[in-house]
Design a protein around this ligand. Structure first.
Ligand code: AR6
Length: 176
C-alpha cells in the first residue's frame, strides 16, 4: 500500500529490512552501544559484515530517540541510520522518544542528501512497544514532517509479519 503526502511517497510492505536494494538508506533498530544485537540489528549487522560495527561502535553510546548515520558496508544500501528506540515502560515519555527516532533519522537523511529510506517498526520487538501505539507514533510523526522534506521523497515501512503490515495499512489509511 502507498500514499502520497505533500509529494512524499509513504509505502508499507511486508518483508525483510536487509532486502531493500532500491532504498538509499535503511534504518536500524539499534542498541545504545551500536553493537550487533538481535532482531533487526542482528540481521543488519550480519548482512553488512564486521565493518559496520567497527564504524558504528565508536559513535556510541547513544540515548533513546537519537540517531547516527554510517555507511552500508556489504548491504545493497549506501547508508544505515541507527536509531535507539525507547524501552516501553522504562524510557519516558515513550511517544516523544519514539517520535524523535523518526524525526532524527529524517533530519540525518535530509542532511546527507538521501532520497529514499526504509524503516522497520522501531521498539516493537525486544523493546516491547505495543504495535498499534508505535505505528500511530511512526506514521503521525512522518506525515507531519512530510511537507518539510526537501530531499527525502520515498519512505518505506518494512514489516516482518502480515499482521504488522495490516496494522500499518489500517493506520496509514486513516491519516488525514
Ligand atoms: N526486517 C524487518 N523487521 C524485522 C526484522 C527484519 N529482518 N527482524 C525483526 N523485525 P527489534 P527493538 C521486526 O527487536 O524492539 C536488538 O537486540 C520485529 O518483528 O529488532 O527496537 C537491538 O540490539 C519488530 O516488530 O527492535 C536492541 O537491543 C521490529 O522489527 C533491541 O533489539 C523491531 O524489533 C531493539 O529492540
Amino acid at each position: 500500500m502507498q500514499r502520497k503526502i505533500a509529494g512524499v511517497i509513504l509505502e508499507c510492505v511486508q518483508g525483510n529490512i536487509v532486502q531493500q536494494p532500491d532504498m538509499e538508506a535503511i534504518v536500524n533498530a539499534a542498541n545504545k552501544w551500536l553493537r550487533r544485537g538481535g532482531g533487526v540489528a542482528g540481521a543488519i549487522h550480519k548482512a553488512a559484515g564486521p565493518g559496520l560495527e567497527e564504524e558504528a561502535v565508536p559513535r556510541g553510546p547513544i540515548k533513546p530517540g537519537e540517531a547516527v548515520l554510517t555507511g552500508g558496508h556489504r548491504l545493497p544500501n549506501k547508508y544505515v541510520i541507527h536509531c535507539l528506540g525507547p524501552v516501553y515502560g522504562k524510557d519516558k515519555p515513550e511517544e516523544v522518544l519514539l517520535g524523535n527516532c523518526y524525526r532524527n533519522a529524517l533530519k540525518l537523511a535530509e542532511e546527507a542528501g538521501i532520497k529514499s529510506i526504509a524503516f522497520p517498526a522501531i521498539s516493537t520487538g525486544i523493546f516491547a512497544y505495543p504495535k498499534e501505539e508505535a505505528t500511530r507514533v511512526a506514521l503521525q510523526t512522518i506525515a507531519k514532517l512530510a511537507p518539510t522534506l526537501k530531499v527525502v521523497k520515498h519512505i518505506r515501512f518494512v514489516l516482518f509479519s502480515a499482521g504488522d503490515l495490516q496494522v500499518y495499512e489500517d493506520i496509514l489509511g486513516e491519516l488525514a
